[in-house]
Write a protein that binds this ligand. Sequence first.
Ligand code: PLP
Length: 242
Amino acid sequence: MELIPQTIQAVRDRMAQAAQYAQRNPDDITLIAVSKQKPIADIIAAYEAGVRHFGENRTEELAEKSIALAHLTDLKWHFIGHLQSRQSQEVAKYAHYFHALDRVSIAEHLSNQLTKLDRQLSVFIQVNVSGEATKGGFICHPWQTQSQQLEILIQSIKQIVTLPNLSIQGLMTMAPWNASDATLHSIFKNMAELALYLPTQLSNLPILQLSMGMSGDFEIAIMEGATHVRVGSAIFGERYSK
Ligand SMILES: *Cc1c(COP(=O)(O)O)cnc(C)c1O
């Protein structure tokens, strides 16, 4: 098996190539190494190879790893999993970014907890633009014609922007895992267009970043405008369960 510094270099090379192809600056794209189910030693190896952003999808694992690595003060934790409100305390306490914000109530929960902890959290709003039923997020499929779904998203964002200690960073999506390249291009492109459209309907919104692309599709996501890619198995090897 390849060593972690080598797999990271390979992923970075592929990211740079995709960026070059799309005439984008590779420095505008953040690599999030998804370390879920992987040991602390793997995270340290990736950190030593220059990675500073790590993704986890279970709150207990986030808490445990964040406590164990608290001495690495420039390491940033991204919580990328679905979040139940009874588990939101861990995310408020340990995460720097949350990528799967899918309802106003969880945003309110987090905001209250963050305010008490005097912490800030950057959030990505999860959007389902592919219509695949198993994927979470605000359903917007297709957002150009589903005006009711789009209105729910806009009204929700309107409420989320006002919440203290929470700042909207952008949108996140997950593509179906077995889609063709052409479908992936169209899903990611659709997201990029939605990210440009929303600020025209809402004041107080920053330029929206795009968290999209995983091991199997990050190059296509970068070609379509991803600013954050979440890459697990291409760096750390296969996981043994989902
Ligand atoms: C596990 C996971 C990833 C990484 O998946 P790989 O295919 O291993 O790169 C990315 N995003 C989310 C939300 C995940 O749960």
